[in-house]
Ligand binder design. Structure first.
Ligand SMILES: [Zn+2]
Length: 408
């Protein structure tokens, strides 16, 4: 048992933090939160007024993407992909991200390795392979490459797999759920990092989208979809998609419809900034570089529109390869247009809602998992204390266990 004392507590929801709080951790869960001293035989940790808050959640990552060129990434040997994924997960954890949602690539094996303690890294919520139509955002073959479409499904370094038609979508969704997927990911719009799909392309027919949504609902889960353009977002919401990834070109009217439908958006602005600055030098193809500004320039305005429309947002980054080090810069980009408390909620309680883990993750409350970070400074006043690779996080706890502790 661990008893945190004299903490400035931010619980994952509130507009402000509370000084002088005590939090008791027993096993892997938070047992008690109080503004008075807690009588307990637990090991006492005096935080001396430092901030204690829920571990961060990045709701859009690809832990298998160790290269910026995702076509080349799909060709890496599986074992290399797995070891590099373990390193990326560890670096994410050390930045304070105790949980990440992987939007394509990570499979059951990585989660098993994490559960067995072979990897000390962020906890994973996975979709297995993202589903893409032929020529869609996970078809990395290039126009003249006619390899069989089944090639990608078997490669750990591939973010997705190719499926066409309602029956194939159903089979693939069922296979991913059987293989441990927590939700289903669809590529329902063109993308930057793939060779043959301009941003405005729709991915999948409406009947395919609805089939995936039905399969997910049969398994008590949801569909997340890769989306940029307003028309594609509106179509996805109409078909029952719950998790709207990126959303750079959304209008306020569609954002209002999405909010009314109970959808949650997951913008990922830092990746476009990183691709713009570093993509070409890291091997991103010229056809991809040419597409970056189609979505990058609209980013901040889309945040303002979604906020105004009351559409809940989760924190996402979507970084590739060496650009992963910029993960926490997303906080600073959003700060240009959003209040700090709202941004912190997006990386805690709102992300937990998106992951269907309300009350268990992203909150400091009795019964929640003890995923906690200790911050030198006040993130509500200055989000930069969450950047610099965890330099201002003297302690990180995951499931009741210290994975970093410099408090002693
Ligand atoms: Zn992604």
């Amino acid at each position: 048992m661990i008893l945190f004392e004299n903490a400035r507590l931010w619980d994952g929801f509130a507009e402000a933090s509370l000084p002088g709080m005590s939090v008791l951790v027993e096993g892997e869960v938070i047992r008690e939160v109080s503004d008075r001293p807690i009588a307990s035989a637990a090991t006492r940790v005096d935080l001396k007024g430092r901030t204690l808050m829920p571990g961060l959640i990045d709701a859009h990552v690809h832990v298998v993407a160790s290269l910026a060129n995702i076509a080349a990434n799909a060709m890496l040997p599986d074992a290399v992909v797995a070891f590099r994924a373990g390193r990326l997960m560890h670096e994410m954890l050390m930045r304070g991200f105790t949980t990440v949602r992987d939007l394509g690539g990570a499979t059951l094996g990585l989660r098993m390795a994490w559960e067995e303690g072979l990897i000390t890294g962020s906890r994973l919520s996975i979709c297995g392979k993202a589903l893409s139509q032929t020529g869609g955002h996970c078809d990395f073959r290039g126009r003249a490459d006619t390899r069989d479409f089944g090639f990608f499904a078997a490669r750990l370094g591939s973010l997705g797999r190719l499926v066409d038609g309602v029956d194939e979508v159903r089979r693939a969704a069922r296979e991913e759920i059987k293989g441990g997927a927590d939700y289903i990911k669809l590529m329902a719009n063109g993308g930057v990092a793939s060779p043959s799909d301009p941003i405005a392309f729709f991915g999948f027919s409406e009947s395919e989208l609805r089939a995936a949504v039905e399969e997910a609902e049969m398994a008590q889960t949801y569909v997340a979809a890769h989306l940029y353009t307003d028309a594609a977002i509106a179509r996805a919401v109409r078909c029952g998609v719950r998790s709207l990834e990126h959303c750079n070109l959304i209008t306020e009217a569609t954002a209002r419809e999405a909010a009314a439908a109970g959808a949650i958006a997951c913008p990922t602005l830092v990746t476009y900034q990183a691709l713009k600055e570093e993509g070409a030098s890291l091997g991103l193809g010229p056809e991809s570089v040419a597409k970056i500004d189609d979505v990058r320039l609209a980013g901040l305005e889309s945040l303002e529109r979604m906020h105004k429309a009351g559409l809940m947002m989760a924190f996402g980054t979507d970084l590739l390869g060496p650009m992963h080090r910029r993960q926490s810069e997303e906080f600073l980009i959003r700060r240009e247009v959003l209040p700090a408390a709202e941004i912190l909620r997006s990386a805690t309680s709102h992300a937990a809602k998106l992951l269907c883990q309300e009350g268990r993750l992203g909150v400091v409350a009795p019964g929640a998992l003890a995923d906690l970070i200790v911050v030198d400074g006040d993130p509500l006043a200055d989000l930069a204390v969450l950047t610099e690779q965890g330099a201002h996080l003297p302690a990180i706890m995951q499931g009741g266990r210290f994975v970093k502790n410099q408090l002693a």
